[in-house]
Write a protein that binds this ligand. Structure first.
Ligand code: NAD
Length: 313
């Protein structure tokens, strides 16, 4: 496993990091034994950044991650969680200062720790950005001064939400951004934003290298927001790999982790075997011929992205 510095933080993060949303049964029902084994596999494989949110499985992912981390030395991993999104299926978003404080306290409890390395404002395309600047970020800064968290981040799907906040706050307030589905085989738009993010001294966390299932043989789950055109385009790339006896998930994970200016890419699974594979693949050389072929198949849908959130974002 290789490690890269996350922006201006003191964190050297593994190029592949672990997204714990599947521990909240968001893709399929999970058993606690699978959670425990997956988390052990992840840490033993050299992954040192774990990402979660109270929104994943309506706190189930945080609870299962907390149980899985019991007895493991706190300095073996960096822990990131989020505030603001609670039950996305019920439109439960609340970025107020009071809920932010309460949420961080509840997350600390569920995760069994007394500090968090990063707390992100989760999916701010659903937020009034005045509230983020005037309430959420100041509340998180106060918690930082109290030692409850070390760094603040923001996450979301449309890339334009990042400058919408970063252009309104001093450098150093937001230390990381988490972008997902915008640097993977079928969409590389995040790469165009890297110079801007570097200038803002923000560390970049990329997520969903297999496009939340789009670039897997199982395919995307029912709730996936991509259009049928994108799903169909990705399916063709999956079939292209299958016909050649190759794994598209492998290519997708290797592709996302290879960008030298994207310090880390979060991948999620509650299946230890998947995570063992993901970890092993990162250190193997990419199959350039297969990559060129897959990019050709994906050309008609390249950067043809899906969005969501408030109309103003
Ligand atoms: P992902 O692209 O990692 O896809 C996860 C799916 O791919 C799961 O069904 C998993 O079983 C499957 N998978 C993973 N490895 C595989 C393998 N080797 N072979 C076959 N299938 C495999 O998407 P994700 O889980 O949504 O994203 C990763 C993490 O990033 C999340 O868990 C979360 O922590 C974070 N994330 C955050 C946000 C946000 O903050 N708004 C959004 C998306 C993701």
């Amino acid at each position: 496993m290789k490690y890269r510095k996350l922006g201006n933080t003191d964190m050297d993060v593994s190029v592949l990091s672990y997204g714990a949303s599947p521990l909240g049964s968001v893709f399929r029902e999970v058993r606690i034994e699978d959670c425990i084994e997956t988390v052990r596999t992840v840490l033993d494989g050299g992954i040192n950044l774990l990402d979660v949110s109270p929104a994943y499985g309506e706190t189930l992912a945080e609870k299962n991650l907390g149980i899985s981390l019991k007895g493991i030395a706190r300095d073996r991993y960096y822990l990131a969680t989020k505030v603001g999104s609670y039950r996305p299926s019920a439109d439960d978003y609340d970025y107020s200062a009071a809920r932010t404080r309460q949420s961080v306290h509840d997350s600390l409890e569920r995760l069994g720790t007394d500090y968090l390395d990063i707390v992100h404002c989760h999916d701010i395309e659903y937020a009034d950005h005045n509230v983020i600047v005037e309430e959420t970020l100041p509340a998180l800064q106060a918690l930082k001064e109290e030692g409850k968290l070390r760094y603040i981040g923001i996450t979301g799907l449309p890339l334009k939400i990042f400058p919408s906040i970063l252009d309104r706050v001093d450098k150093g307030v937001v230390s990381a951004i988490l972008s997902f589905c915008r640097y993977e085989l079928n969409d590389t738009a995040l790469a165009d934003m890297l110079p801007y993010l570097k200038e803002k001294e923000v560390g970049v966390i990329n997520a969903s290298p297999v496009g939340m299932g789009l670039l897997t043989e199982r395919g995307a789950p029912d709730w996936h927001p991509a259009s049928d055109e994108i799903k169909e385009g990705c399916r063709k790339a999956v079939e292209y790999c299958m016909e050649r006896g190759e794994s598209i998930a492998k290519l997708a994970v290797q592709f996302a982790c290879a960008h030298p200016d994207i310090p880390t890419t979060l991948v999620g699974s509650a299946n230890p075997e998947n995570m063992r594979n993901n970890i092993a693949w990162v250190d193997e050389p990419i199959n350039e011929e297969l990559l060129a072929g897959v990019m050709e198949v994906l050309k008609p849908i390249h950067n043809n992205y899906f969005t969501r959130g408030r109309p103003e974002h």
